[in-house]
Write a protein that binds this ligand. Sequence first.
Ligand SMILES: [Zn+2]
Length: 126
Amino acid sequence: MSKILASILLLAGCAAPGGLHQDADAFPEVTSAFQILVQECPPKARLVNVTVGDPGPFLRGVTTNPAPGCFDIIIESSLEPWSKQETLCHEWAHVLVSEAGPVNCDDHGPLWGVAYAECYRALWGD
Ligand SMILES: [Zn+2]
């Protein structure tokens, strides 16, 4: 069971995109990266819940797919701010290539790579 330090953001892909939790200020670097990704690399998923907490031993982040069209991303809370952003970028790419589910966090193949590049460009490219 993962310990959630802060539930950062909810994204409802159709109805109310980018709804902010009240703890959104706890990790502003994650909130700002999330908002850019929602805008520049919008997922077709109904719901992407991003939290900062404990993704599990030896993991910087993890993405799960608890229900069709719904994804939970957990970012390791002890990471440096830039590393939290890079990890969100990595996990967001998993969501983009797993719209129909299930998500496979071990798949870092060509489709994931293209999605990661798009997310990376949105966050740090020109
Ligand atoms: Zn991965």
